[in-house]
Design a protein around this ligand. Structure first.
Ligand SMILES: O=C(O)CCC(=O)C(=O)O
Ligand SMILES: [Fe+2]
Length: 262
């Protein structure tokens, strides 16, 4: 959190060395900036984002990893390794809860899976009732680990149509189910719709680790979880097609998971 804060305090020109817009035109996932703009009518969010691929190590693009603060690289590497331990522990226990082999989900994520780290910066906002820090969405991941600012709340999640604020718990990480887990568990686990609200006085930070599947792999309910009593609730889709769907629906403010529900 400290190195994230230091990175965001750097002058704009320094941060723009890592821009997510190549040569001033082409958007890429990795790097610093805003969300991709695909339509003039798109609702933008009140936040700066900085994405980096952290796993597998062979896919890291170190030229996009900030050199300031100098400890950024080592701390992010260590954080990635520690979060992987948490992810594996959580995945084991989720598999157990579904009476699957304990390594079921871990094996599924074993090959060619890409983990992104997303650093979010939400500046204080003069009109908090007019814009979100991040509009309502669910994550396209298997699971997500969120490290939230301990100075200010802002993350909210929706349950039965009501929004609840996620409390700040010192030194706690939030583990969120993603759409892929909802689909694989045939709806047993829910990928919650969540959003970030803006604040008139205070800025806020978060660091999010997105654990996703191999883009070439298909997502579908685990066959063992489908039977006459629990009919299949989601159709099969390739991970990369699902991610493309997320880009479209997020910009529109709709939900990708609704497009695969049966
Ligand atoms: O800032 C937060 O607390 C959550 C961010 C989030 O939901 C996301 O980056 O997908
Ligand atoms: Fe999210």
């Amino acid at each position: 959190m400290k190195v994230t804060r230091e990175f965001y305090k750097l002058p704009l020109e320094e941060k723009q060395k890592y821009s997510n817009v190549v040569d001033g035109k082409e958007f890429r996932m990795e790097g610093y900036g805003s969300d991709m703009v695909i339509s003039e009518k798109q609702i933008l969010d009140w936040c700066d984002r900085f994405y980096l691929v952290v796993e597998p190590e062979s896919q890291r693009i170190y030229t996009l990893w900030p050199t300031q603060p100098p400890s950024f690289r080592d701390i992010l590497s260590e954080y990635t390794a520690r979060c992987r331990e948490i992810t594996n522990l959580v995945l084991k226990n989720l598999a157990k809860l579904l009476s699957l082999d304990k390594d079921y989900f871990i094996n599924m994520l074993a090959e060619n899976t890409i983990t992104h780290a997303r650093f979010n910066y939400y500046p204080h906002c003069p009109n908090p009732d007019q814009v979100f820090g991040l509009k309502p969405h669910s994550d396209a991941t298997v699971i997500t680990i969120v490290f939230v600012d301990d100075n200010i709340s802002g993350l909210q999640l929706q349950k039965n149509g009501v929004w609840y604020s996620v409390p700040i718990i010192l030194n706690a990480l939030l583990v969120n189910m993603g759409d892929v887990m909802e689909i694989m568990s045939n709806g047993f686990f829910k990928s919650p719709v969540h959003r970030v609200v803006t604040n008139a006085e205070k800025e806020r930070l978060s660091l999010v680790m997105f654990y996703a599947m191999d883009p070439e792999r298909e997502i579908e309910p685990v066959p063992e979880l489908v039977d006459e009593k629990n009919p299949r609730r989601y159709r099969k889709i390739k991970t990369k097609d699902y991610i493309a769907e997320i880009f479209k629906t997020f910009a529109k403010g709709t939900l990708a998971i609704d497009t695969v529900k049966i």
